[in-house]
Design a protein around this ligand. Structure first.
Ligand SMILES: Cc1cc2nc3c(=O)[nH]c(=O)nc-3n(C[C@H](O)[C@H](O)[C@H](O)COP(=O)(O)OP(=O)(O)OC[C@H]3O[C@@H](n4cnc5c(N)ncnc54)[C@H](O)[C@@H]3O)c2cc1C
Length: 91
């Protein structure tokens, strides 16, 4: 392994390796429906709304401070209830 700043190399003895080099959202195909921020995440708030009525975003795909299972599940509940309201208002 090489230090990116100093260039110094060293060996770390181990039996396994998990490589995590970042995440890139693949939201581009939906950009017409929901605005993207500069990082490619859906620019939606805690209400999970998009600029398109009836279209909601939830979980890691949207702009947020903390990407965890709990925040993704919370988004799912918020988006699902908003979708229910949307459908009920059109009955
Ligand atoms: C290495 C790692 C460790 C983590 N550890 C933790 C932890 O310890 N605790 C914690 O709370 N959170 C952890 N997280 C974060 C957590 O996994 C995410 O916040 C959570 O899974 C987000 O849920 P999601 O439903 O938004 O997205 P995902 O769980 O990523 O689900 C998206 C789904 O959409 C599918 N999909 C993608 N593109 C398409 C397509 N074009 N068509 C159909 N399906 C598609 C994918 O296959 C996937 O099944 C970790 C994440 C990583 C990467």
């Amino acid at each position: 392994m090489a230090d990116r700043i100093t260039g110094a190399e060293r060996t770390i003895p181990c039996e396994g390796l998990f490589i995590a080099i970042g995440l890139i959202p693949e939201n581009g195909p939906f950009a017409d429906l929901a605005e993207l921020n500069g990082y490619g995440y859906f620019a939606s708030g805690e209400d999970c709304l998009t600029r398109t009525p009836g279209v909601y975003v939830a979980g890691d795909c949207r702009s947020k401070a903390i990407r965890q299972l709990t925040t993704a599940c919370a988004d799912g509940a918020v988006a699902a209830l908003a979708a229910c309201r949307y459908v009920n208002e059109r009955k």
